[in-house]
Ligand binder design. Structure first.
Ligand SMILES: NC(=O)c1ccc[n+]([C@@H]2O[C@H](COP(=O)([O-])OP(=O)(O)OC[C@H]3O[C@@H](n4cnc5c(N)ncnc54)[C@H](OP(=O)(O)O)[C@@H]3O)[C@@H](O)[C@H]2O)c1
Length: 345
């Protein structure tokens, strides 16, 4: 693979920092690296391959020498700067979710729909962390026995709130509660320390939250079917890193836990941790810092034929965000759908 001129927008944030680590760990072919962020972060600096790189303020003219731009900065900045990046000829991988409903922008999880990268017109959507871990675990099963219905409840860490402020809020609240002092919530509607909140992102008119709507949209888009019934409930939990999901799946025909384990044992990006006799199952703190989607508690649903229940966990900052973005570009470069040389604007 030829080396690429890279920019990370939102470089000082949680996802941006994870991306920096992953590019280094995977020996990604980087020709040059620009770290861009808000005005506040200007003049911070980070090391990449022993080189000191200063963070610059992102501006419309920041993309002249950029081949691939990873946008990890939030919806407002993505809306504002992606047109300039595309105009300058960069290929954008966007983490903000602003393209969920835009069918012209492919939404890609390489283990599932890598071929969709081929139809990009300058922008590729990185799905939300909840949809990514769900499809990585379920697609291998869907291939052997089509899925009819998914019921998913998420247990989402504060680091997946899309702002690093959430980590500080959990720490500050936990300290106040332990000191017997009153908590005044800022980030969330209620206290998050020692509590769980069935509210992730804003409420929509139909009573769902935007995160619940997003899981449904993205899962159907990535699996390329509108035929799967999906019911989602998203819950914020006082966990720093790692996203967990309780999932009930109804298949077209009968499938037992042993067969599901056999299929998932061969699946790319999946690890099975499943031995109830020794309380062995995936946990968010243990998944933190790792690249796989972990699946356990696979069992038959006695109340409904053809259905299985399971527990799925992954690191929301890694496979749920930064790693998936890097894998999209690696796959695009490998199959020549993303050029290492800059696109002509
Ligand atoms: N965290 C996750 O697990 C996860 C998973 C999937 C997708 N995502 C998405 O990834 C994005 C980043 O999330 P994060 O958790 O890394 O948030 P974060 O830690 O708050 O980082 C966001 C970074 O972007 C910068 N930024 C914000 N607005 C900007 C603007 N207008 N211009 C330039 N820079 C700007 C922020 O700078 P300031 O601090 O100065 O504002 C910050 O450094 C979000 O869109 C989020 O929804 C996150």
């Amino acid at each position: 693979m030829d080396a690429v001129d890279i920019a990370i927008i939102g470089a000082e944030g949680l996802v941006g920092q994870e991306l920096l680590k992953i590019l280094e760990e995977r020996r990604f072919p980087v020709a040059s690296l620009r770290l861009l962020d808000s005005e506040r972060s200007r003049s911070s600096e980070f090391f990449f391959r022993h080189q000191r790189i200063e963070v610059e303020e992102v501006r419309s003219d920041s993309f002249r020498e950029v081949g691939v731009a990873f946008f990890c900065d939030g919806a407002d900045a993505s809306r504002r700067f992606i047109p300039s990046a595309v105009q300058a000829g960069a290929v954008v991988v966007d983490d903000s979710g602003v393209f969920v409903s835009d069918q012209s922008v492919p939404m890609v999880v390489p283990e599932v729909n890598a071929d969709d990268i081929a139809r990009h017109k300058g922008v590729i959507g990185n799905p939300g962390c909840s949809a990514i871990q769900l499809v990585v675990a379920l697609y291998p099963l869907h291939k052997v026995n089509p899925i009819k219905r998914i019921i998913v409840s998420t247990y989402e860490s504060v680091s997946s709130s899309g702002t690093a402020v959430a980590l500080k809020e959990l720490t500050a609240q936990a300290k106040r509660v332990l000191e017997g002092r009153r908590v005044c919530p800022h980030m969330y509607s209620h206290q998050i320390a020692f509590n769980v909140l069935p509210e992730v992102d804003v409420f929509l008119d139909d009573g769902h939250t935007k995160e619940e709507w997003r899981i449904v949209e993205e899962t159907r888009r990535i699996l390329q079917t509108g035929a799967i019934g999906i019911a989602a409930t998203c819950v914020r939990v006082p966990v720093y890193f790692g996203q967990s999901q309780s999932v009930n799946v109804e298949f077209d025909s009968a499938i037992g836990p042993e067969e599901a384990r056999r299929v998932l044992a061969q699946a790319p990006g999946v690890r099975i941790l499943d031995d109830p006799s020794v309380s062995f199952y995936p946990q968010p703190w243990a998944a933190s810092g790792l690249n796989h989607v972990f699946v356990g508690r696979i069992r038959r649903d006695a109340s409904r034929s053809n259905s299985l229940s399971m527990w799925i966990v992954c690191d929301n900052l890694r496979k749920g965000a930064a790693l998936n973005a890097v894998q999209i570009v690696e796959e695009g470069l490998r199959r020549d759908w993303i050029k290492s040389k800059k696109r002509r604007p």
